[in-house]
Design a protein around this ligand. Structure first.
Ligand SMILES: Cc1cc2nc3c(=O)[nH]c(=O)nc-3n(C[C@H](O)[C@H](O)[C@H](O)COP(=O)(O)O)c2cc1C
Length: 361
């Protein structure tokens, strides 16, 4: 069940998490909310943001201020984009179509997951804002190539290769809740994926190294991918500055500093803690985005002050979708944009490009 309209007590982004818990089936909520392992990183993502303080300047004239910004040469209404979040029909019967409507209305870009529950072409048709396709590497290169060609044909403006989740994290919370994809919800973009013969393991071999990781992409696949397409390739899921630099040197157009919402390897640092070092490694001009527990305008401000060009919103889009469909997602994005503008104004900053480390304490 979802609310017909936006509930009166949905006042901030985190309210949508509380409200979604009340409307989503328990197992689905636990799957979306949860992290890997003991959720050390999941919890730390929020704490690390709270630990950073903003040092405001008073009496600056910000009456000509704006939260517009430029990313990959495009003007964005605000430095916020929707992160790829799979299987959104679990939140709402229209799934990603409703999210795309909201993103378009608020002029916020959307990254469409390989694992979307609606075909990428239909989502693209709904999107008048920035649209990027998130690619999960496929074992069969020809099939990977067919996904790239579909994304290009559908008008996606960038490819986002996610590299931090070749293996799912150890997701005990989802396991305890006995999460399984509900019937009728599937990875529709992968319907034509060829079945490749699985190799048998000898007792000396590892199901991790010789099994799952033998299907994972590596740097030579990144080089191949960049050769295949004219649209920018962005690498999602780097934390180490050296990986960000390597992505740049190989010809990627940007990186997304992310720990996948604490859902893959536990006990890694939060993106907000490493983004300054990443920025230093790749230089001022390279595109650096960040995600992980962004739910306040102050969080957006902190991320930009530390070197990000923009941030991504993951779970809150799913929660808002579950609670109030497209209106919920639009409302959640509007809250975030307004909070970000309030933060800029009260910190005495009129333009996104002027948000720097000197605004932090
Ligand atoms: C339910 C769920 C599904 C996700 N699906 C994808 C996906 O298909 N591709 C991807 O690159 N990241 C995926 N992510 C990770 C998000 O893109 C993002 O990195 C992460 O949620 C961090 O943002 P948050 O803290 O705002 O949730 C998913 C995250 C969640 C919670």
């Amino acid at each position: 069940m979802s609310y017909a309209a936006i509930p009166e007590d949905a006042l901030c982004v985190a309210d949508y998490e509380r409200l979604a818990k009340g409307v989503l089936p328990h197992a689905i909520f636990e799957y979306v909310y949860g992290g890997g392992g003991d959720e050390v990183t999941l919890n730390h993502n929020r704490d690390a943001l709270n630990d950073i303080k903003i040092l405001p300047r008073m009496l600056n004239d910000v009456s000509k201020g704006s939260s517009h910004t430029t990313v990959l040469g495009q003007t964005w209404r605000t430095p916020i984009m929707l992160a790829p979040v799979a299987f959104q029909k679990m939140a709402h019967e229209q799934g990603e179509i409703a999210t795309a409507k909201a993103a378009s209305a608020l002029e916020v870009g959307m990254m469409v997951s390989t694992l979307s529950s609606v075909e990428m072409e239909s989502i693209s048709q709904e999107l008048s804002s920035e649209k990027w396709f998130q690619l999960y590497w496929q074992l069969d290169r020809n099939f990977t190539l067919s996904l790239i060609r579909r994304a290009e044909k559908a008008g996606f403006q960038a490819l986002v290769l996610t590299v931090d989740s070749a293996i799912h994290g150890i997701r005990n919370r989802a396991q305890r809740a006995k999460f399984a994809l509900p019937e009728g919800i599937e990875a529709v973009n992968l319907k034509d994926r060829p079945e490749l013969p699985r190799q048998a393991f000898t007792p000396e071999q590892s199901i991790v190294f010789q099994g799952m990781m033998s299907e994972a992409p590596n740097w030579s696949d990144v080089a191949w991918l960049i050769e295949q397409t004219e649209i920018p390739v962005i690498i999602k899921g780097v934390l180490h500055p050296a990986d960000a630099l390597k992505a740049k040197e190989m010809g990627a157009q940007g990186v997304i500093v992310s720990n996948h919402g604490g859902r893959t390897l536990d006990c890694v640092p939060s993106a907000i803690e490493v983004v300054a070092a990443v920025r230093e490694a790749v230089g001022a001009e390279f595109t650096v985005l960040l995600d992980g527990a962004i739910e306040r305008g102050t969080d957006v401000f902190k991320a930009i002050a530390l070197g990000a060009d923009a941030v991504l919103i993951g779970r809150p889009q799913f929660y808002a979708l579950a609670v109030a469909g497209a209106s919920g997602v639009a409302h959640m994005l509007r809250i975030l944009r307004e909070e970000f503008e309030v933060t800029m104004a009260l910190a005495g900053i009129a333009q996104v490009k002027d948000i720097t480390g000197t605004s932090l304490y």
